[in-house]
Design a protein around this ligand. Sequence first.
Ligand SMILES: Nc1ncnc2c1ncn2[C@@H]1O[C@H](COP(=O)(O)OP(=O)(O)OP(=O)(O)O)[C@@H](O)[C@H]1O
Ligand SMILES: [Mg+2]
Length: 258
Amino acid sequence: MMRAVPLIRMENVGRIFDGGAIVALRDVNLSINEGECVAIIGKSGSGKSSLIQLLCGCDEPTSGRVRWRERPAPSPRQWRMLRATDIGIVFQEFNLLPILTALENVEIAMVGQGVSAAKRRRRAAELLARVGLETRQHHLPAKLSGGERQRVAIARSVANNPALLLADEPTGSLDSVSAAAVTDLMFEMQRTHGAALVVATHDQSLAARCRRRVVMKDGCIVDDSAAASAPAWSVERVSPEKALGCARDRGGGTEARP
Ligand SMILES: Nc1ncnc2c1ncn2[C@@H]1O[C@H](COP(=O)(O)OP(=O)(O)OP(=O)(O)O)[C@@H](O)[C@H]1O
Ligand SMILES: [Mg+2]
């Protein structure tokens, strides 16, 4: 039987800061398949955002590599192309362009994708309506609340029907009604377009909606609910020894940039 190629795969990935004084990620092996729905959970500082930053090429590993569809690790230029076409991202800090309105912030994701200006505008307005912002389209980010900015970021992230949708604490500053609306939008993208959804979250109800849950501790994956059912290539099982070793070693800083 032919095995499906993973959409994205981290291979022995490490990320250190300050010359090794801080180990954000240590020897992470993680494979995400098309259409999968994965929650990344773990305490504050466990490495969730660092992992998301590497899955979109916004940051580079200090050791190991990240492969897209099993091709060699993308160059910075290839990562930029992937982010323009295949990867939608909601950052923990939203990253909206301050001089563009909410509508323009969503529209800009579709520029260069062969979509006419009228269609871009229509789709951007539709997506903003989906997250309850139809009356805020023409506001600049500075005139929006934190939760409203987050909803704009989510509308923007799904505008191009990405193959991989990454979200870092997407419901962090939302009330329960808004959180449900944005979560529904992300899951709809996952269901109807077969997007893989990877969401770093402290929100237990959001994590519970993901079929697969990956638990991080001290920069390591210490549990992966797919490990029992997935084919061997898809998930690296983490032995208790390795997990414990990771917790013990934290702060060692022996990794170096290849
Ligand atoms: N640019 C940086 N420079 C130095 N240390 C960093 C940097 N970015 C992250 N770290 C450190 O790496 C570790 C992992 O951080 P990360 O942001 O990935 O955690 P997190 O799991 O997303 O936490 P939270 O739940 O609070 O968002 C932390 O100890 C953090 O202080
Ligand atoms: Mg984080």
